[in-house]
Structure formats: C-alpha cells, structure tokens
Design a protein around this ligand. Structure first.
Ligand SMILES: [Mg+2]
Length: 222
C-alpha cells in the first residue's frame, strides 16, 4: 500500500501514539500461555474469543485475564530507549498517547513502573474499555480529535501487525519497532527501527528541541 509519509516528517511529528506491551516495555506477555490458561484455541484473538463466550464463563475468564495482566504489569521493564524517547518528545512539546489492548488501569500502573507516566496525560492512555481494540483506528482517531490535529499527522509506533494496521486504517504514519530486525510487514510500515533507542537517536538528528522535559502535571499547573 502506498503511504505519503516521509521519514523526516515522521521524525518531526508532534503527535505520537505508542503501543504499550513489547513497544514501550520489554515484551513479557506470553500470549500462547495466556491462551492455554484460559482455554482459548491457538491463534484466536483473546479479546474476541472472550467476548463470544456465555456471560458467566466470559466474566470468569476476563477476571483471570485481569489477574494475569496485573501480575505481568508488576514486573515489566522499559524497552531500551523508551524513557529517553518519551522525555525527548516531551521536550519538544509533543502530544503522546498510549493505545493498548490492556486495561487503562494496568497500562497506567505499567507506565508508572517504567518511569514515563509523568510525561503523559492520563486521559491520553486508552485501554480496551476506552477505545475499540486495535486494529480498529478508533483510538488514534479519538486522540487526534482531542489534540486538534488530523490523523495523518499522527505517528503510530508498535511492535506488532495490529499496531501498524491501526495506523494505516487511521491514515497515520507507522513506525515498526522490531528487535529481531526481520520487519515482517513492510507494506504496513513507513519507518522501521530495531529499538526505541534507535528511533530516539534519529529524532535527535532531526534537531528536536533542547528544552528540559517537563512532566505534564507541572506543565498544566504552571
Ligand atoms: Mg505490542
């Protein structure tokens, strides 16, 4: 698919949406194991599967999924370069959101643990109850509207096909972060990087602002 997004425009963007698990964090979700524990067939979409179950079974399994996610959130680590990238974007005054299939509560807990929460507006962290699940573009469209910009000016950063499809569906630019550097979805990718550290390095080369990063809460009150 042709995309009009140029790498330099992407790096200069002031509107960024990040996937959480495996993008801002080191991937520790073992989805195969989660499926096994919840009795979900291999390859099935976990959220879609649960939504299709009889209500009592769905409720029980959704509660178990929350427990698993909570446990995972408690031992998550930031991806290499994640904190530097977020602070660099904060320095240039960029809007940043997080779009995850996790719950907002878990996402906020995780973002706090990895040290980037002070640079984000909590309302810009959209979980599975705030936006339709990726690859639906709903989350990006919501954030773009809130930020008063066009979805085409937003950059979606993620480690998985869903993230890139979400970006494409919204008309946003897409950045694929792949530590294996195999970059499996070139047709969905505008910019491919091996890590957020690499993305942050490219960002600095474009001459991003050098003001001090200011935590959102302080920026609001001051
Ligand atoms: Mg991910």
């Amino acid at each position: 698919m042709h995309s009009p997004h140029l790498p330099l425009d992407i790096l200069r963007s002031s509107h960024w949406v990040f996937d959480l698990d495996g993008t801002l964090t080191v991937a520790i979700h073992d989805f195969a194991q989660i499926r096994q524990e919840l009795g979900i067939p291999e390859g099935d979409d976990i959220l879609v599967h649960l939504a299709g179950l009889p209500s009592s079974e769905a409720l029980r399994k959704q509660e178990r999924l929350l427990e698993i996610e909570l446990e995972l959130a408690g031992r998550t680590e930031p991806a290499p370069g994640a904190v530097d990238l977020v602070t660099a974007l904060s320095r240039r005054g960029a809007h940043m959101g997080v779009l995850t299939r996790n719950t907002r509560g878990n996402a906020l807990r995780t973002l706090e643990r990895i040290g980037v929460l002070p640079y984000l507006d909590h309302a810009d962290v959209l979980g599975r109850d705030e936006a339709r699940a990726k690859p639906d573009p709903d989350g990006i469209l919501q954030l773009a509207a809130k930020w008063g910009t066009h979805p085409e000016r937003v950059v979606m950063v993620g480690d998985y096909r869903f993230d890139l499809e979400t970006g494409r569906a919204a008309g946003a630019a897409t950045v694929h972060v792949d530590t294996t550097r195999s970059f499996r979805w070139p047709e969905l990718t505008d910019l491919a990087v091996g890590s957020l550290a690499e993305l942050g390095g490219a960002l600095l080369e474009t001459g991003a602002g050098i003001r001090r990063a200011v935590p959102v809460r302080r920026r609001r009150s001051g």
